[in-house]
Design a protein around this ligand. Sequence first.
Ligand code: ZN
Length: 814
Amino acid sequence: MRLSLLLCFSLFLSILKAQNIKTPSEFLGYDLGSQFSRHHEVVAYYEYLAETAPDRVKLVRYGKTNERRPLILAYVSSKENISNLDDIQTEHLKSINNKGTNDKAIVWLSYNVHGNESVSTEASMKTIYSLLTEKQAYLENTVVIIDPCINPDGRDRYVNWYNQNKNTPNQVDPNSVEHHEGWLSGRSNHYMFDLNRDWAWLTQIESQQRLKQYNKWMPHVHVDFHEQGVNNPYYFAPAAEPYHEVITDFQRQFQETIGKNHAKYFDANGWFYFTKEVFDLLYPSYGDTYPMYNGAIGMTYEQGGSGRAGLGIITNNGDTLTLKDRIDHHFTTGLSTVEVASNNSVKLNQEFKKFYQNKNYKYKSYVLKGDTDKLDALTKLLDQHEITYGFTKNSTVKGYNYTNGTFGSMSTDQNALVVSTDQSKGTMVKVLFEPNAKLSDSLTYDITAWSLPYAYGLDAIAATSLVNTQNSTLNTELKPFEPNSYAYVTDWNSLKDAKFLASLLQKKVKVRKATTPFTINNQSFERGSLIITRSDNENVKDFEQTLVATAKETDKILHPVSTGFVDKGKDFGSSYVDMIKAPRVAVLSGEPTRTLQFGEIWHFFEQQLNYPITVLEGSYAKRVDLDTYDVLILPDGNYGRFLDEETLKDLKEWVRSGGNLIAMSGAIDQLASKGGFGIKKKKNESEEKEKPLAHKDLQRESMKKAITGAIFKTKVDNSHPLAFGYTDTYFTLKLGAKAFDYLKTGNAVYLENNTTPVSGFAGSTAQKQLGNTLVFGAEKMGRGQVIYLVDNPLFRGFWENGKLFFANALFMVD
Ligand SMILES: [Zn+2]
């Protein structure tokens, strides 16, 4: 009796509490949608909910951003489910192995991956409030995981900018400054990376920390909330073609089930929307495809709005689109998603189990061999995806050979990496490693090729039978340090090697490079190998300790030698063995440059190479004394106005007096068109015109000139310093059909006549256009050089094998 009275009383209390939960507006002190909430205010609301309804909301801080903003997840469910959360999680994860008793739907809602698509986080607060109050019933059999803001640095950048620039009251005239964010928008994260391109590559700390949480839950449904242009209404599932072939019939159908439920609410309100257009499911690094390839129903929802929209804007139709409208739409699809999941929790669990069974993919094992630094870098990525792997014994494997593009065999040593599809993450393995993703349609939103053996520069075989492994770790040579040697020699063929050099140079250790191959102690070393002599470093305090510690940080093996007299090649005192200067590097940023590529360079220097860089903003860069720098980088951009005659003259003078100018993509266009440089745009290949083109076919026809991110096999002159450390073949990722003729000399990487991509889509005209063109090259000009990087080796930070070209441009070319 007493117990049941007590129960009644506590039930009464919790109802009372539920009724007393403050709405976002009550908590924030302003009407939701009347202003943008800053991240700390959003976090405070979620913390408040977790304190007020601890039996139904569990809050986790899962990390911090570059600018130290907290990353949080809120678990929302019924009281019973929250008290059994660990069991639900354990049972659910067992379903990957076709076991477990979970029957709850797991729905993950991710908001605001693009910071200036700023409605999402606001909508998340309204959504969680509703789930805790009038929509509690959905949570009886559903656990909802809410990430209110994937990209707090970007979002606060937008919100702060907007608050600083807005009219009061807000101005709906699209011409007012509050609708024009300028060069640095809030879309990207701190390093200007697009976090919705980073799910598979995990180059950014937000992605790395989030994926750990994702892997702990493996939701049934994942929604990525976005915004598109202000004149588009709303986009939701089902997605557009192409779909990756690993996507199952159920995943296709269920997108439709969800889409139809959304449509019901949108129709009732007279709201506009579209489906099955623009947003396809192929590139694996998105917030919809990545969950799809992990068995979930992954979806992108796009509200019209984003950084242009502010608190309200007049659209082309003459309507006023307000932040409140935008909140209502994302709120509606968020709840509708949870409703559908809740109504189908049994089915979702059954199908999730099925997804992980009977994966009978054509290729059973991917076997990769090559430089241990590159293998090591790849295994670090696999570890983050919780993809398992092993290493073979000495043997021969048969299958598709990535380097030749034919079926054949490859001999392996103990350090050949084996990654098999026969594992729970087998579908991800197929998607990331297969030589060529099957394309059902060439019209796609993003790149069509990313195959990891090419990206990591490893020789590989895709084997049709399962390859056994014997070791779980890489066998690395361990050598005790030999003090008092004449010199220490190390190889040069990976980003790790460049990191080692960058670190030594900053510690004032003098390092030489071999510009010709040599043999010493029966060991041969290629061009670019580093030579660190005792006598060069007599003035370095604790020289040996510094060297050993630096080598340890980057897993470098130091080969001690007792003489500078080589068996073959040039002796260490030869003029063929150059001292490496520690270059003072500057990069241009701001208006003339593209934020994404500037960000890739910035991130490369600070988070990958760990070498200092000065950022020269375009508005004052021309007033800076360039002689302070040895290297100047011009990222991709629109340099039409920036590179006026006088600036070009100054730049040329600086190069002639010894500067190294690195020009990328759009910067090369300008140097080519303004003249005075050796680089020339290739003339357009003529297109055959057979008959007049129908209007409806225009888009398809334009695809002939397009390359949507495809991989090409190029030739390498590895005797050129820009290509030190490479073999005679390099697989480059081309993002477009930009084509430049060969330079007179200095063509380090180039295409000949065969321009069929090894992976991905390239239109017929584009392929022709690329014949006999430059990829990477350097032109001598006086005492300096102009280095042309036509393709972007730092693209999204994932093309591991391209990064050494950038390091060569800094340390090897002089
Ligand atoms: Zn977006």
